[in-house]
Design a binder for this molecule. Structure first.
Ligand code: NAD
Length: 293
């Protein structure tokens, strides 16, 4: 059965490396990285994500700045805060927690973040550079970057391989497919209109699934020996759990782990890596802004 790709352990190691770099930077130039988080509205899941990100910042020595705004605040208010953080030299990364309330123009808001501080990598200029040959984005979105880091740290060869990304969202699927392509994989993208997802996925040496449907990807979808990265986080009813539910991925783990050569668990796979990459992007930003090598 498949080797388990331990994202939790991998993320811990990365956080330790980041903490050591931050101490070195602080000693050398007296600067610590700063991350600003803007949270609009009161979605429970967004609040949890923001809290986890801030805890992780504290753990490695990144200062976090937070702005919480009510659901009904104006777009101008959000833009004003972004503008202040763009100008604040103690802030090296700006994160606008998505989704934004429906009355706001997400494109306009993400456009307002300075590309030098776009640690989520969602600014169209950074995405555009990611898509173009010979261009370098300043930042790569954290979740797909975490997937690539897991592949690299587990010695998975990408160049020349067939890769299938299931899902094509702006925050995960699309950038994941661009990253794999940049590393010379031949990619196919499976989405909600794909007629024969099983057949296409079975051609892949590397599968990244980011859909949000529990147990969508069955063992029969996986080519024997493939590497499977499961980004999905889906609650399913579980009367045995104190919360009444548990979290599973998009991939039917029991089946796929019988066929794959390596697989990420949910939880404990991509999730912890996403936060580690956020910290890493914030550190990289501070280093670039202060020209610290
Ligand atoms: P999304 O809803 O924005 O996008 C889902 C994508 O899946 C769409 O492109 C859609 O075309 C595709 N899709 C929908 N139904 C499909 C089907 N039956 N077959 C094939 N494709 C289908 O979601 P998202 O923001 O990309 O998130 C996807 C999943 O990843 C969610 O479960 C989310 O919770 C999880 N996620 C995890 C992390 C992490 O850190 N681990 C980060 C972000 C998102």
């Amino acid at each position: 059965s498949a080797k388990v790709i331990d994202g939790k352990a991998c993320a811990k190691k990365i956080r330790e490396e980041i903490a050591a770099e931050i101490s070195r930077m602080k000693e050398a130039i007296g600067v610590v990285p700063g991350l600003a988080v803007i949270l609009v509205g009161s979605r429970k899941d967004s609040q949890t994500y923001v809290r986890n990100k801030q805890k992780a910042c504290e753990g490695v020595g990144i200062t976090s700045h937070e702005v919480r705004l009510p659901e009904d605040c104006s777009e101008e208010e959000v833009l004003n805060h972004i503008s202040c953080f763009n100008d604040d030299p103690s802030v090296h990364g700006i994160l606008v927690q998505l989704p934004l309330p429906r009355h706001m123009n997400e494109e306009r808001i993400l456009n307002a973040v300075s590309i030098e501080k776009d640690i989520d990598g969602f600014h169209p200029l950074n995405i555009g550079r990611l898509a173009m040959q010979g261009r370098e984005p300043l930042f790569v979105p954290c979740t797909p970057k975490g997937c690539m880091e897991l592949l690299h740290r587990h010695g998975v060869e990408i160049s020349g391989k067939r890769a299938v990304v299931i899902g094509r969202s702006n925050i995960v699927g699309m950038p994941a497919s661009l990253l794999l392509q940049r590393q010379n994989a031949t990619i196919s993208i499976v989405h909600s209109y794909t007629r024969n997802p099983e057949e296409i996925t079975r051609e892949a040496d590397i599968v990244i699934s980011a859909v949000g449907v529990a147990n969508l990807v069955r063992g029969s979808w996986i080519k024997p020996g493939a590497v499977v990265i499961d980004v999905g986080i889906n609650p399913v009813d579980d009367p045995d759990s104190p919360r009444g539910y548990r979290l599973v991925g998009d991939v039917c783990y029991e089946e796929a782990s019988q066929v794959a050569s390596a697989i990420t668990p949910v939880p404990g796979g991509v999730g912890p890596m996403t936060i580690a990459m956020l910290l890493s992007n914030t550190l990289d930003s501070a280093k670039r802004i202060h020209r610290f090598k």
